[in-house]
Design a protein around this ligand. Structure first.
Ligand code: DGL
Length: 274
């Protein structure tokens, strides 16, 4: 029987965006195996209701469990906002989302207590970042803003484009007016637009990337639970497996534009069957 330490990490997102989290896990804990699921047939989650996102997330977790994962990483901010608590109550595997790691760092590092959060309509409407930050530091001010066009611009590959900059200026003006000192990139796609956001917000504003912070928290969690992989890929299997619910080739092309190496295969599955 193989050791749980060698089991893969299950990561899921509504589509390609969660690859920003995968990229960080690959960088920070390269000895770990990953099974990724991107719900490309049902993306976006950011405009859907809580009930729908919870239903989708449950199906995905059921699928990931068939791959014998040792932990679930909800790489999607929207699914973390809506489904994290439910999943944590329902399954005995450790579940970690992207919201708390990002919020914790923002609460700790804000110099003046003025924090901005940008994300999908669902994430912003849930106020999950605000509530968690204020539970840690009640004196902070948290301003939230949905920036839905950023998702399409990131997927189009227009990461440093003048059009993206114009959109960012329009979305982020309010954050500048409110003089936020820390801005959370609270959607999977936004770290790809980081340099544009940096240019618009200026050098003095801290940009928090929840994808990065999630990988840091994941590493700690694996150690704490003594389920971290201590040798590299001892099973001899491919350490990274990718599954989607639609358009596998399109997913692969995007993955290859952001991951440190080309992925060889992406398999399509019928997620509704789980
Ligand atoms: N992955 C989603 C998130 O981080 C963005 C894309 C979507 O709306 O599904 O919130």
């Amino acid at each position: 029987m193989s050791d749980v330490r060698e089991a893969p990490i299950g990561v899921f997102d509504s589509g390609v965006g969660g690859l920003t989290v995968v990229r960080e896990i690959m960088r920070q804990i390269p000895q770990e195996r990953i099974v990724y699921f991107g719900d490309t047939a049902r993306v976006p989650y950011g405009t859907k209701s809580r009930d729908t996102v919870i239903r989708y997330s449950r199906q995905i977790v059921r699928f990931l469990r068939t791959r014998r994962v040792k932990v679930i990483v909800i790489a999607c901010n929207t699914a973390s906002a809506y489904a994290m608590e439910t999943l944590q109550q329902e399954i005995e595997l450790p579940v970690i989302g992207v919201v708390k790691p990002g919020a914790r760092v923002a609460a700790r590092e804000t110099p003046g207590g003025n924090i901005g959060v940008i994300g999908t309509e669902a994430t912003v409407g849930s106020h999950i970042y605000r509530d968690y930050i204020q539970s840690l530091r009640p004196e902070t001010q948290v301003f939230e803003k949905a920036c839905p066009l950023f998702v399409s611009l990131a997927e189009e590959g227009w990461w440093k484009d003048p059009i993206t900059e114009a959109v960012a200026r329009r979305y982020l003006q309010e954050m500048k007016d409110r003089k936020v000192d820390t801005l959370i990139l609270g959607c999977t796609h936004y770290p790809l637009l980081r340099s544009t956001v940096r240019k618009v917000m200026g050098e003095e504003v801290n940009l928090v990337n929840p994808a990065y912070e999630t990988a840091v928290s994941l590493r700690e969690l694996l150690r704490e639970k003594q389920i971290d992989n201590q040798g590299h890929n001892k099973t001899g299997e491919n350490p990274y497996e990718f599954f989607v619910s639609d358009a596998a080739e399109r997913f692969k092309a995007f993955a290859n534009s952001i991951l440190p190496f080309d992925i060889t295969s992406t398999r399509q599955i019928q997620i509704e069957e789980f």
